[in-house]
Design a protein around this ligand. Structure first.
Ligand SMILES: [Zn+2]
Length: 78
């Protein structure tokens, strides 16, 4: 059995809890809610389809904000 992390959402239609899993992070059987997911897991899950067992709607996972970026700079070579 491979390890994974669980990510939970609230269904925007009926409020039921929708669960999905990712193997992109540390896979330490951690649990994350939709509003606080590690970046690597968010990137992994973006575009995935999930189904709500409460109202039978299907949804696509998308990132709420642009994924964090790093600032680069040029440094003179020695
Ligand atoms: Zn629902």
């Amino acid at each position: 059995m491979g390890l994974f992390d669980d990510v939970y959402f609230h269904c925007p239609e009926c409020g039921e809890i929708v669960e999905t899993q990712s193997k992109a992070g540390e896979c330490s059987l951690s649990t994350y809610w939709e509003d606080s997911v590690p970046v690597e897991i968010g990137v992994d899950l973006e575009g995935e389809h999930v189904y709500c067992a409460g109202c039978f709607n299907s949804f696509i996972i998308e990132t709420e904000e642009p994924i964090a970026r790093v600032r680069l700079k040029l440094r003179e070579r020695e």
